[in-house]
Design a protein. Structure first.
Lengths: 368, 368
């Protein structure tokens, strides 16, 4: 029951395969890429333990020269020093890597971003393949070609746009995922529904149980539908200058909440969920939508285990963090707000007092 | 007497300006790039001392927010650690850099490669402008968008293709250049003549005195003509898969000689000159040309101060280094050989014994 989605980017177009057990096809997919005879898997230490052997076996079975290099798991290692160490390991691989070597990024967001960055800069750009193993990476990082690492001055400040040659999503890997990480991916799924696809929200509501149980068929559908939405947005705007901004729905306030609470103390999915609720409140204040959309969102997020209230938020401080982010992004505080289910637009004229009120509402048990 | 050459690369096309005193136009050119309000100059310590103040003054006069960050001069510092340190400095600039910040690479090959690499990865790609200050950088690195740093495993192993938004070549800076560095650039000029432009060789022969004196008008012509040739080759083959290989004329043997003698003990220009002579000998052996081309090349290189003989070369060792380079490049030892003045082609069938004989000839006073 493999599903295939093409990300249309002209000469950089590629195909995303989604289905259970697809890691077994890794070698076949890699060897089908033009001139590839060697593959180097880059993973973090956790993923190496879970899927390293399976990946290497599949590559070797397809007749490829294969190597695996890894780095210690954790967002703290997503930095330029790790890229340097991985380059050291890459250039020590025997036989020596050349331009026809394929990098295989195996794992969640961090291994994907880091391996993609290595692929972007090694020999001025090697082709690469993404094999995400978390729902968040499946529905978000697998489309768009963003690679990068953090810098003390901010997240993802160093990186490159570097489109993969192929993406292979084995939904069976989701079964090894902690519930909390599954939820982070689900928040992005809800986001995609709100910005582009009302029917996806129906699907998530109807299949919530099967989704939480990681039913293979349901997850294949869920991931493929989300990849389609993101692929559509990215195809229209590869370099993130226009409508790709819609993908930031829930993230303007969400990022600030994440920074306020402290990275790691609230999950990214949790922060985005709160941000989406805040954006709905702002849209209501502007008269763009009535409160029914928010009610529906809060209900489905509740069923998925995503909290929609967070006591203790300081609206002034969260606002200040947003001001700081704004500067870093070029001086404009732009909100992505829903104008209906499946539709959003960007707004530059949201008022400080309305934003603070929305954040305060997130701290109150029943909303406003 | 400014000359302008457009490098045609579709949406990534840009203009190269060549002329004396152009550094004074830096600010005006930078501020004409869309949305640019801030510029960060990246230079090495030598160039900062020579031209840093002038560059900053020009940027500030054009109303741009300007900063200068630098790193210690020398090829030994062309590495990923320097990129990291420059990113630290870049993200500490106040006001904070955003996507509309322009990186200005000021200096020769090393500052250009390093600054270009920083531009390629900071915020997933900032626009950048090249202001080369050596003849080699003027006629070679200023066209093509190659950026990168060295790794212990080899030169330029880490980098990116990242086209600049504009290139500004102030030929007046060539007057501060040591004679030996001027010669390295001249070797590339001779190379361009042999691969594409017989008339350029006439020009170099006729103007050798004015060239060596760095006459501004002559250098403007020389640089512009060379930029045109390289721009033409690169436009036809941005990612270096086909005819861009012609630019390697003289470099296959040249690189191996450089590695044999030891980097820094022979200049790049010297090594390329020897490599071009070796390529001519090989072309003669294959019956592609008679010996008159080599005679003419040796004479003009002699006038420019480029030696065409190097005693002490060990043909077997140089050959072995070429074998190693071949592996690193994907298994094929491909020679670019002249088929006439202004014409080259690539050959995969050059014999070991002929190559060794050509290298041996380089060690003998009168050639073969």
């Amino acid at each position: 029951m493999t599903r295939k989605v093409t990300v249309e980017l002209g000469p950089r177009s590629y195909e995303v395969q989604v289905g259970p057990g697809l890691l077994a096809n890794l070698g076949r997919t890699a060897s089908a890429i033009r001139h590839v005879q060697q593959a180097v898997v880059i993973a973090d230490s956790t993923v190496t333990g879970l899927y390293g052997r399976q990946a290497m076996h599949s590559l070797a079975s397809a007749g490829l020269s294969a190597a695996l290099i890894d780095f210690p798991a954790g967002e703290a290692n997503k930095n330029l020093a790790t890229v340097g160490k991985l380059c050291d390991k890459l250039f020590a691989v025997s036989p020596a890597v050349d331009r026809n070597c394929l990098i295989v990024a195996l794992g969640g967001g961090v291994p994907g971003d880091v391996a993609g960055m290595v692929a972007a800069v090694a020999l001025r750009g090697l082709r690469w393949m993404q094999c995400p193993t978390t729902l968040l990476a499946d529905v978000d990082a697998s489309v768009g070609g963003k690679t990068g690492v953090d810098h003390p001055a901010g997240k993802n400040l160093i990186g490159a746009f570097h489109q993969p040659s192929a993406v292979l999503i084995d939904v069976r890997t989701l079964k090894s995922l902690p519930a909390q990480e599954l939820r982070s991916g689900l928040a992005e799924c809800v986001k995609h529904a709100v910005i582009r696809d009302a029917e996806l929200l129906d699907f998530v509501e109807a299949q919530a149980e099967a989704i939480l149980a990681c039913d293979e068929s349901t997850m294949t559908d869920l991931v493929a539908r989300n990849v389609e939405i993101k692929a559509h947005v990215v195809s229209a705007d590869e370099r993130e200058t226009g409508q790709r901004a819609h993908l930031n729905f829930g993230h303007t306030v969400g990022h600030a909440i994440e920074a306020f609470v402290g990275y790691g103390k609230v999950t990214h999915g949790q922060a985005v969920s709160l941000g989406m609720v805040a954006a709905c409140i702002l849209a209501e204040t502007k008269g763009l939508i009535d409160s029914s959309l928010r009610g529906r969102l809060e209900a489905v997020m509740g069923r998925l285990g995503l909290e929609v209230r967070l006591p203790g938020l300081d609206a002034d401080q969260v606002w200040n963090i947003m001001q700081h982010d704004k500067k870093a992004r070029g001086g404009r505080l732009r909100f992505v707000l829903p104008t209906g289910l499946g539709r959003v637009d960007t707004f530059d004229d949201v008022q400080e007092q309305d934003v603070k009120e929305a954040i305060r509402a997130l701290g109150q048990p029943g909303g406003r």
